[in-house]
Design a protein around this ligand. Structure first.
Ligand code: ZN
Length: 206
C-alpha cells in the first residue's frame, strides 16, 4: 500500500539539457498523490487540459522501513523493492507553469500520471549504481537509463528525502528520467524494461 509518491526532476544531465534547464545543486523534489498510480494493463488516460503528453521512463524505489535516514550509507537498508514506472507529463502545461513560477501539479499530477510496474524484492544482487533500463515506444528505442549517470545517486536521494520526511513503508520514489522524452499519442504502446526487474507496457488511451 503506497502512502506517498516522491518524484525527482532533472536528475540526468542530458535530459536537463534537452529541456534547456540549468543544473541544480540539490535534488528537485515534487510529489504525486497515490491516486495517480496506474497498474500494468490499464490504458493511460490522455489528459485533455493539455496537448503535449510526454513519457518519462524512471526507475522506481519502494521504501520498506520507517524512519529518518541518517546518511547515504544507511539509505539502501530502507529499500524493499525496485520497479520501473512512467512520470507522465503534459509538457506544454508544465512550460507555462514554469514561466509563471507556479507549482507543477496540473502538468504532472493528473489521474493516471504515474504508471507503475510490478516490484521485485531488493537484494544484495542489485548494484544501485549500475542499473540499466530502457523505454521503447511502439518497439522503437527512445530512452536508455543508467543509474551511474544520475546527478544525485539513489542513496543520496533517499538520504535527502529521509532527512526531511520520516519515510514509511510503501513510499515510492520516481528517481528521474534520462534523455529522450517526447510526445506520445493515443494508441502508442510504451514499454519500460530492465534486466532483473522485468518489462512493463502501457497503451496510451483516449
Ligand atoms: Zn520525471
Amino acid at each position: 500500500m503506497s502512502t506517498r509518491i516522491f518524484c525527482i526532476g532533472q536528475n540526468y544531465v542530458a535530459h536537463v539539457q534537452e529541456l534547456g534547464n540549468e543544473l541544480n545543486s540539490e535534488p528537485l523534489i515534487f510529489m504525486k498523490p497515490t491516486a495517480c498510480l496506474l497498474p500494468v494493463g490499464e490504458p493511460i488516460p490522455f489528459p485533455h487540459h493539455g496537448r503535449e503528453l510526454h513519457q518519462e521512463a524512471e526507475l522506481v524505489i519502494q521504501i520498506g522501513r520507517e524512519g529518518h535516514v541518517a546518511s547515504a550509507e544507511e539509505a539502501p537498508s530502507f529499500i524493499s523493492g525496485l520497479s520501473l514506472g512512467l512520470d507522465m507529463t503534459l509538457r506544454d502545461v508544465q512550460t507555462k507553469l514554469r514561466q509563471k513560477g507556479h507549482p507543477w501539479e496540473l502538468s504532472k499530477s493528473f489521474e493516471g500520471s504515474a504508471p507503475i510496474g510490478e516490484f521485485v524484492p531488493f537484494t544484495a544482487a542489485f548494484d544501485l549504481t549500475d542499473l540499466h533500463y530502457t523505454c521503447h515506444i511502439n518497439g522503437e528505442l527512445r530512452q536508455q537509463g543508467h543509474t551511474a549517470l544520475m546527478i544525485f545517486p539513489i542513496a543520496t536521494l533517499i538520504a535527502t528525502l529521509g532527512q526531511v520526511w520520516r519515510l514509511r513503508p510503501g513510499d515510492l520514489i520516481y528517481t528521474g528520467t534520462p534523455a529522450g522524452v517526447g510526445p506520445v499519442h493515443t494508441g502508442d504502446v510504451i514499454t519500460v524494461a530492465s534486466e532483473g526487474i522485468g518489462g512493463f507496457s502501457w497503451v496510451v488511451g483516449e
